[in-house]
Design a protein around this ligand. Structure first.
Ligand code: 5GP
Length: 200
């Protein structure tokens, strides 16, 4: 039976490439967008709030939700740290008549695209260089030497997946990158939702 698929906007990038700034910019520019709050097992940082930045779960709670098939996708993004998009979060946003924005890692983004291939726009934010990325992460001041090295290595690997996404924006100038993203999202939101064959 043909059914209408709801839209999903995915913003993905190596950590520190500026995807959070671009995501915030888009959220302000388009009231139709709603941030998809992920579940995560890491500790809250600074002023982060449960239910707003993440749903902070214990590893046991997270694993139970995996068993119960509550995730649209989940990944162990860093050693021992799980992150995932809850199906209930997507449903909640669609029920409000809004489009969820997923700020997620590259593997998670590929999985969401595979599961929701229709009416999904994926944008990969590419850092101008791995050195520049390292400087940005250092400037953020939230990393230990070990976590910085892990993020930089992972970034180099993730950049190799950029061709899997619909669009790539190189973030060497944040204002320009925001404008490019705005144009793409504007066109995406204006498109009618395509119909497709239900797979389940
Ligand atoms: P952070 O710990 O810095 O908040 O996030 C680490 C990484 O996890 C970022 O690249 C972020 O985009 C990614 N992330 C956040 N939520 C999710 C999610 O639900 N699924 C996946 N696969 N990655 C996520």
């Amino acid at each position: 039976m043909a059914s209408t698929y709801h839209k999903i906007l995915i913003i993905t990038a190596p950590s520190g490439a500026g995807k959070t700034s671009i995501t915030h910019y888009l959220m302000n520019a388009f009231p139709q967008l709603a941030f998809s709050v992920s579940a995560a097992t890491r500790q809250p940082r600074g002023s982060e709030v449960n239910g707003k930045d993440y749903y902070f779960l214990s590893p046991d709670e997270f694993k139970q939700k995996i068993k119960d098939k509550e995730f649209a996708e989940w990944e162990m993004v860093y050693e021992g740290k799980y992150y995932g998009t809850l199906k209930s979060e997507l449903e909640r946003i669609w029920a409000n008549g809004q489009v969820p924005v997923l700020d997620i890692d590259v593997k998670g983004a590929i999985h969401v695209q595979q599961q929701y291939p229709i009416n999904t726009l994926s944008i990969f934010i590419e850092p101008p260089s791995v050195d520049e990325l390292k400087n940005r992460l250092l400037g953020r001041g939230t990393e230990t030497d070990e976590s910085l090295a892990a993020r930089v290595n992972k970034a180099a690997y993730e950049i190799s997946f950029k061709e899997h996404f619909d669009e790539v924006i190189v973030n060497d100038d944040l204002t320009q990158a925001c404008n490019s993203a705005r144009q793409l999202v504007n066109d995406f939101l204006a498109r009618p939702e395509a119909e497709g064959q239900a797979t389940d």
